[in-house]
Ligand binder design. Structure first.
Ligand code: ADP
Ligand code: MG
Length: 238
């Protein structure tokens, strides 16, 4: 199947299991939000999907191919972190182009992708600045741009807006939603913010203590929460 399929996915650190057998199917093009309290395993799950962390057991398949043993760089994914993780000594332009240069793409292709992403994210006037000369919101735009130029099959966002103030969060949410409509890629977006989950998601995966409590549309979760935890977390009346 096109998309992402997790089958009985498990992760242990030093013999102690923190992801306890997750089964999940994400269709190609869906915007899926992973939500749940701090420590429930959201980041770990993203890192297992991205290849930054080794899978202990179970499988992760992308577009029908099991990728457990595929290095992160070969999975065709791009991740955006809360902390931006930009190279401080490089200009915004270089932050965008660097990864593509390493992949050996032709100069013309790199420049075209950087120009297009910069236009999409409205960072064209900022391209010659270094991260230290940018605001938090501008840095996060550059970090998203760096993911966009890779043309990934799947975007992975790990609480990308939690360092931004409330007003900026609202406008960045809108921009990320726009980006999704425009690109049509699969996006997996981690947050502990219920409002973000309910407003952005095609589907929400509610996690608790390394287990998947429920996976469904915001409306399904609101109207038919699987249990009191989901109801409480989503804020539904039942
Ligand atoms: P979340 O992102 O939902 O806040 P995490 O995925 O960061 O949660 O953490 C899930 C659990 O796994 C926590 O109990 C955390 O302490 C543990 N954990 C995460 N990374 C490591 C690691 N590298 N070594 C040991 N334990 C870890
Ligand atoms: Mg986390």
């Amino acid at each position: 199947m096109a998309g992402l399929v997790l089958t009985d996915l498990r992760k242990s650190f030093d013999g102690s299991e923190v992801i306890h057998g997750i089964d999940l199917e994400i269709r190609s093009g869906e915007f899926v939000v992973f939500v749940g309290p701090s420590g429930c395993g959201k980041s770990t799950l993203l890192r297992l999907i991205s290849g930054l962390e080794a899978i202990t057991s179970g499988t992760c398949a992308i577009d029908g191919e099991v990728v457990n043993d595929l290095p992160a760089a070969k999975r065709g994914l791009a991740m955006v972190f809360q902390s931006y993780a930009l190279y401080p000594h490089m200009s915004a332009r270089k932050n965008l182009s660097f990864g593509l240069e390493n992949l050996g793409l032709p100069r013309r292709e790199i420049d075209a992708r950087v120009t297009e992403a910069a236009r999409m994210l409205q960072i064209e006037p900022l391209l010659d600045r270094r991260p230290g000369q940018l605001s938090g919101g501008q840095r996060q735009r550059v970090a998203i741009g760096r993911a966009v130029v890779r043309e990934p099959r799947i975007f992975l966002f790990d609480e990308p807006l939690s360092n931004l103030d409330a007003e900026l969060r609202v406008s960045m949410r809108r921009e990320i939603a726009q980006l999704h409509r425009r690109l049509g890629n699969t996006m997996i977006y981690v947050t502990h913010d219920q409002v973000e989950a309910m407003t952005m998601a095609d589907k929400i995966a509610v996690l608790r203590d390394g287990r998947l409590e429920q996976f469904g549309t915001p409306l399904e979760l609101f109207n038919q929460p699987a249990n009191r935890f989901v109801a409480g977390f989503i804020g539904s009346p039942s």
